[in-house]
Design a protein around this ligand. Structure first.
Ligand SMILES: *Cc1c(COP(=O)(O)O)cnc(C)c1O
Length: 377
C-alpha cells in the first residue's frame, strides 16, 4: 500500500511536547509559540507572524482586518478549498470567481481587473501546490483600485516569488499547518501581517477582542475588552510539535523536493499523454504536491481506479466552488470558465509526504506507466 499522505513527524516532537507539559504552560502564546512565530518572521521577512488554530482561522482574521462588510465583493479562483471563500462569506461578502491558468492552476492574473466592480474590497490569490501566483500584476491592480490582497499561502511555506517569501507579498498571508501540509501541528496555521499598522488589531482579534497581548508586553497596565474578536490561539502542545519540524525545515523541504524530482523524471516519458506540473522561473516551490493531468474526466477516473487496485491512493482535488451549493448561493463566476472545470477534472495527486521512499515512488511511476501502456492513444 502507498498512502496518499502521512502527517509529518520528527523525533524531537514528543520531547518538546513533554517539555511544554513540564513547563506548566499548555495554553497559547508560550515559549514554543514564540519560537515558531519568530522563525516565521525571520524566514518570511514579515514584520509580524501570529500562530492560529488553522489556516481557515487565519483567513477569517484577514477578512476581519480587511474590514469586509455585507455586500462587499472579493475576487478569488473557484479552484480552491472552501475556506478561502467561507472566511469572507461569513462577513457577508459576495465571492467573484475568476478563471485559472491551465499551467499552474492559479488564478489568471490577467482576468482580475475586469472582475473589479465598485463593490470589490479584496483579491485572494491562492498559491496552488506551493507554486506562486503571478503576484506583480495582482499587487499592481490592487494598488491602483485601493484593494487589499490576502494570500492564501496554505500550501506555500518555504516558497517564494521573485525572491520574496509567499505570504509576505500581500497585505496579509495565511499558512496552514494541517496534517496534510508540509509542516504540521495537527490542526493549526499562521497569519502574516505585512502592514505593521494592522498588528495591534490582529492581536486583539486573536485574543477574544482584548488587549491582552499589549498587557503582557507591559504596554498597558490592565487588560480589557476593546473590540470584537475570537479565540484563535493554538495550544503550546501543538506549537511544540510544529517547532520540532521548523528546526529541520530545510531537511524536510529537501526530502520533498527530491521526491518531486524523482516523480518528474520518472514520468517525463509520458509527457505526450499526461500533463506534468509547471513551475515558472520566478517561483521557488516546496514540493507540496505532485499532480498529473489525464486527458479528461473519464481517463482520470479509470487511472484513479487502476492505481487503487494496485494499492496506490491518488485522489483528485478541488471540485470548483462555483459549482457547489454554497458557491452558487454566495458567489458568481466573472467571465468564461475556460479552464477551471476542464483542468480540475483532469487532475489527480500522487502520494507525497515527508519520508516517502524511492521504492514507493518507483512503484507509483511504474503503475502510471503500465496504465498508459494498456490504453490506446
Ligand atoms: C489546507 C488549505 C486551507 C485550510 O487550511 P486549514 O488549516 O485546514 O484550515 C485553505 N486553503 C488552502 C488552499 C488549503 O490548501
Amino acid at each position: 500500500m502507498v498512502p496518499f499522505n502521512k502527517p509529518p513527524y520528527v523525533d524531537k516532537a514528543l520531547e518538546y511536547m513533554a517539555q511544554a507539559v513540564t513547563n506548566g504552560k499548555i495554553c497559547g502564546d508560550g515559549a514554543f509559540t514564540h519560537q515558531c512565530s519568530e522563525w516565521l518572521e525571520r524566514n518570511t521577512e514579515s514584520p509580524k507572524a501570529l500562530l492560529t488554530t488553522s489556516c481557515t482561522h487565519a483567513l477569517e482574521m484577514a477578512a476581519m482586518l480587511c474590514g469586509i462588510q455585507p455586500g462587499d465583493e472579493v475576487i478569488m479562483p473557484s479552484y480552491t478549498f472552501v475556506s478561502t471563500a467561507d472566511a469572507f462569506v461569513r462577513l457577508g461578502a459576495a465571492i467573484v470567481f475568476v478563471d485559472i491558468r491551465p499551467d499552474t492552476m492559479n488564478l489568471d492574473e490577467k482576468l482580475v481587473e475586469q472582475a473589479i466592480t465598485s463593490k470589490t474590497k479584496a483579491i485572494v490569490p491562492v498559491h496552488y501546490a506551493g507554486v506562486s501566483c503571478e503576484m506583480d500584476p495582482v499587487t499592481d491592480v490592487a494598488a491602483r483600485y485601493g484593494l487589499k490582497v490576502v494570500e492564501d499561502a496554505a500550501q506555500g511555506m518555504m516558497c517564494s516569488y521573485k525572491g520574496r517569501a509567499l505570504g509576505s507579498i500581500g497585505d496579509f498571508g495565511c499558512f496552514s499547518f494541517h496534517e496534510t501540509k508540509n509542516y504540521s501541528m495537527g490542526e493549526g496555521g499562521a497569519i502574516l501581517i505585512n502592514d505593521a499598522r494592522y498588528v495591534t488589531k490582529a492581536e486583539i482579534i486573536r485574543e477574544k477582542g482584548t488587549n491582552r497581548s499589549q498587557f503582557f508586553r507591559g504596554m498597558v497596565d490592565k487588560y480589557t475588552w476593546v473590540d470584537y474578536g475570537s479565540s484563535y490561539l493554538p495550544s503550546e502542545l501543538n506549537a511544540a510539535y510544529l517547532w520540532a519540524q521548523l528546526e529541520q525545515a530545510d531537511e524536510i523541504n529537501q526530502a520533498r523536493l527530491s521526491a518531486w524530482q524523482k516523480y518528474y523524471e520518472g514520468l517525463q516519458c509520458l509527457s505526450d499523454r499526461i500533463g506534468l506540473p509547471v513551475v515558472p522561473g520566478s517561483c521557488v516551490h516546496n514540493a507540496h504536491m505532485f499532480y498529473i493531468k489525464a486527458k479528461d474526466l473519464e481517463e482520470r477516473t479509470a487511472l484513479i481506479q487502476f492505481l487503487k487496485s494496485n494499492g496506490i491512493s491518488a485522489p483528485f482535488h478541488y471540485v470548483p466552488l462555483h459549482s457547489s451549493p454554497a458557491g452558487m448561493k454566495y458567489g458568481r463566476f466573472a467571465g468564461e470558465d475556460r479552464y477551471t472545470t476542464r483542468e480540475s477534472e483532469r487532475l489527480l495527486r500522487l502520494p507525497m509526504y515527508y519520508g516517502i521512499t524511492e521504492q514507493d515512488i518507483s512503484t507509483v511511476v511504474e503503475a502510471v506507466k503500465s496504465f498508459y501502456r494498456g490504453r490506446p492513444k
